[in-house]
Design a protein around this ligand. Structure first.
Ligand code: SAM
Length: 268
């Protein structure tokens, strides 16, 4: 590989070299010719080629590295619409308004910014139909984790509030160049059209983050660090003797709604 195309660590460039794995990832998105697809971080175009073969109605890719943008232009020409930008600065509502239907997202994600990308997708969940993403295996397990497991935490509760999460398959380091030091895994988020039964999304997020920051503590203690004790002690929808990792997503919603009402009563 010429020096000018050396993979850059700061962009988490581990390129997927196995065509069978590339195709398996793209197949998991179940692209039809009516779909709109966006790919995050196409790099050399390992997944891009397979998306183009599926012939979606519209397809855009978001890439930050100028060297690979040139390469993509040379390889795919006008068939590919490239957004030459940091994905974290892309305004999804503006970008995606012209599409009449929810969009399918795809990416072998730059691992160093996995969480901010996930939160960005979640913040805009109503614009997306689904996402098939590859991350470090450990992160994929945390996203799809169930209550009472050690992986269950903020990522699981927030992702599972906005989407059905499915852990699909693992990919070993030998399928990349350069080989990453950790295993990777592919998962799918199928976004709900709306989140039912949640009165205050901002409060819900603060609550989930707050209690998992002290995940060994009982809810009564961790909530008392964030909210007034008298309000916390008045909560009765969920037993506060429990630890956050024991609560289902539905129980977090119920607790958040009760807290929202109590806070509303205090401030009314
Ligand atoms: N899709 C290719 C593949 O599977 O071989 C490349 C995946 S590589 C793990 C991550 C890609 O994301 C690289 O092409 C990298 O340049 C790009 N990238 C890194 N940070 C980015 C950012 N902030 N915005 C957009 N693309 C980014």
């Amino acid at each position: 590989m010429p020096e000018s195309k050396r993979p850059l660590k700061r962009f988490s460039q581990n390129f997927l070299t196995n065509p069978l794995v590339q195709k398996k990832i793209v197949d998991a998105l179940q692209i039809t010719t009516n779909d709109t697809v966006i790919e995050i971080g196409p790099g050399k175009g390992a997944l891009t080629t397979h998306v183009l073969q599926a012939n979606p109605a519209a397809f855009q890719v978001i890439e930050i590295d100028r060297r690979w943008i040139e390469h993509l232009k040379n390889s795919f020409g006008a068939a590919l619409h490239i957004i030459e930008q940091d994905v974290l600065t892309v305004n999804f509502p503006t970008l995606l308004t012209s599409f009449s239907q929810p969009v399918k997202a795809l990416g072998n994600l730059p691992y160093h910014i996995t969480s901010p990308i996930l939160f960005k997708l979640i913040d805009n969940y109503q614009l997306f139909h689904s996402a098939v993403l590859m991350t470090q295996k450990e992160v994929a397990r945390r996203i799809t984790a169930q209550p009472r497991s050690k992986e269950y935490g903020i990522l699981a509760v927030l992702c599972q509030t906005y989407a059905q999460t499915d852990y699909l398959f693992e990919v070993k380091p030998g399928n990349f160049f350069p080989a990453p030091s950790v295993d990777s895994a592919v998962f799918r988020l199928t976004f709900y059209p709306r989140v039912d039964g949640l009165q205050n999304e901002a409060l819900f997020r603060t609550l989930v983050r707050g209690v998992f920051n002290t995940r060994r503590k009982m809810l009564r203690n961790s909530l008392s660090r964030i909210y007034d004790k008298s309000i916390v002690y008045s909560l009765e929808s969920v037993s506060l003797d429990r630890r956050p990792e024991e609560l289902t997503v539905q129980e977090f919603k119920t607790l958040s709604n009760e807290l929202n009402q109590r806070l509303g009563q205090v401030h009314a």
